[in-house]
Design a protein around this ligand. Structure first.
Ligand code: BGP
Length: 490
């Protein structure tokens, strides 16, 4: 009897590439008419999220008190041609980046776009096209114009839907002839723990009241539907995805109470936003979820017209970030907790952690992909994944075998999901070139295939160097994922 072989290969049009976000790499924060974005008020350092979560944070930029690494990023604003040429050398089929809203509309409220902002992205996109790299554009990657956070209170205010719609229409009408993939709100569900990033809300503007967080989500669901409408009206072939922070969740043990808590956690964290954006309607468990905060749907300002729009314009595909899994234990205190990507949890004794305490779990990627595909039957695009690590830079080289091991194991995990029928569109590892960390503002936490000579104090030449993983990923792409071997000369 012959053995049945499952299809584990990647589709021939699989989108291999890399991912970045404007605020974390561009720099040039006040050049050519750009207005400040919320990230320009984020201090650098491990205390970043604590500072942003404190009652007295009021969006003031105070260079006497803090360093602001996002102001310079890695100077991609001036070096993007060199960077895209390096991506092309690795063989990128696509490049995920974000368009900085405040580069196009400096305060967010203007009616006419900043032409110099459009010119920058025209040139960047043309550079991608020249190298046969498909742009994948994030419309909102934690980059609300600072003015809208300060004067409108962020996304809890419905006026943001109107001004965001103007931004989206400008972007799609201007770049839609060359770009076929757009993502709406980066890690939209991360507002469950840190509304400052995705919703531009802090405690002093009401971020601790859950009603505001749910209202902001609703406003973003409407804005997401409007983005799909704009894209499809402009060109029916443009595909728009949501963007989910996926943290696959396990019950710590077989105690049914932990199993139920895990189901609830999945609904509340991993599925709530995606259910609305993919299925076009609020899920049945919304009432239970809101009741946890003593809220009902009547507490939210949702019009019939908005709900109809959400239903009419669901996203075309699901995109997600995946770095780690989380474990749920409500029955006992094991004492050990784990850090993670904007969401922590109980320490899982079966997993190792990164230098920053994020639990490494490739099998969790297979499980997460299969759970999502079973639930929605929509194509999935992994638009972030990677290992934040300290690199040892010597004589122009970085031997980052630990990064190769991480990525290799996650690509193998993707193959298992493909063999089980998951429709996977592409893979763009995070921070394909070293950039400023979102959660800590550090340069020391590196993800890239390309090393950037810059440290946490802002010192360095900004020169770019190819790490060992650069050549490894080049080989992965050239073989369409068939050759994952780390046995290469460097
Ligand atoms: C995600 C964000 C990214 C990115 C990444 C890594 O949450 O979408 O912007 O930075 O995580 O996180 P960090 O930079 O905190 O290591």
């Amino acid at each position: 009897m012959t053995r049945v072989e499952l299809q584990t290969g990647f589709p021939s049009d699989f989108l291999w590439g890399g991912a970045t976000a404007a605020n974390q790499l561009e720099g040039g924060w006040d050049e050519d008419g750009r207005g400040p974005s919320i990230d320009d008020a984020f201090p650098g350092g491990k205390e970043r999220l604590n500072i942003l979560s404190s009652e007295d944070f009021d969006w003031t930029i105070d260079p006497q008190k803090y360093r602001y690494p996002n102001h310079i990023g890695i100077d991609h604003y001036h070096r993007y041609k060199e960077d895209i040429a390096l991506f092309a050398e690795m063989g990128f089929k696509c490049y995920r980046f974000s368009i900085s809203w405040s580069r196009i509309f400096p305060k967010g409220t203007e009616t006419e776009p900043n032409q110099k902002g459009l010119a920058f992205y025209d040139s960047l996109i043309n550079e991608c096209v020249k190298h046969h790299i498909e742009p994948v554009i994030t419309l909102a990657h934690y980059e609300t114009p600072l003015y809208l956070a300060k004067h409108y209170g962020g996304w809890q205010n419905k006026q943001l839907v109107t001004v965001f719609d103007r931004f989206v229409k400008t972007v799609i009408h201007h770049f839609g002839d060359r770009c076929h993939y757009f993502l709406t709100f980066n890690e939209i569900n991360s507002a469950a723990t840190f509304p400052v990033l995705g919703q531009a809300m802090v405690p002093s503007t009401g971020a601790k009241q859950k009603k505001n967080v749910f209202q902001a989500w609703h406003n973003q669901f409407v804005a997401s539907a409007m983005a799909v409408q704009t894209a499809h009206t402009f060109d029916a072939d443009i595909k728009v995805g949501n963007m989910l922070l996926l943290a696959t969740s396990y019950a710590y043990n077989a105690d049914p109470k932990n199993q139920l808590a895990t189901l609830r956690h999945n609904q509340d964290f991993n599925y709530f936003c995606t259910d609305v954006q993919v299925r076009g309607a609020y899920p049945a468990y919304t009432k239970r979820l809101l009741a946890q905060y003593n809220l009902t749907l009547a507490d939210l300002d949702r019009t019939e017209a908005e709900l109809a729009l959400i239903q009419q314009y669901p996203v075309d595909f699901i995109s997600l970030s995946y770095y780690m899994s989380t474990a749920i234990n409500v029955t006992e205190d094991t004492g050990a907790t784990a850090n993670g990507n904007l969401i922590g949890g109980v320490k899982n004794p079966y997993l190792k952690s990164s230098d920053w305490g994020w639990q490494i779990d490739p099998t969790g990627l297979t499980i997460g992909l299969e759970e999502l595909y079973d639930r929605y039957q929509k194509p999935i695009f992994i638009v972030e994944n990677g290992l934040g690590a300290r690199d040892d830079f010597k004589d122009g080289k970085v031997y980052d075998d630990y990064r190769i091991d991480f990525l290799k194991s996650h690509i193998e995990a993707m193959q298992v999901a493909i063999a089980d029928g998951v429709e996977l569109m592409g893979y763009t590892p995070w921070g394909c070139i070293d950039l400023v960390s979102a959660s800590t503002g550090e340069m020391a936490k590196r993800y890239g295939f390309i090393y950037v000579d810059l440290d946490d104090a802002g010192e360095g030449t900004f020169d770019r160097f190819k790490k060992k993983s650069f050549y490894w990923y080049q080989q992965v792409i050239a073989s369409n994922g068939a050759n994952l071997s780390n046995d290469l000369s460097y």
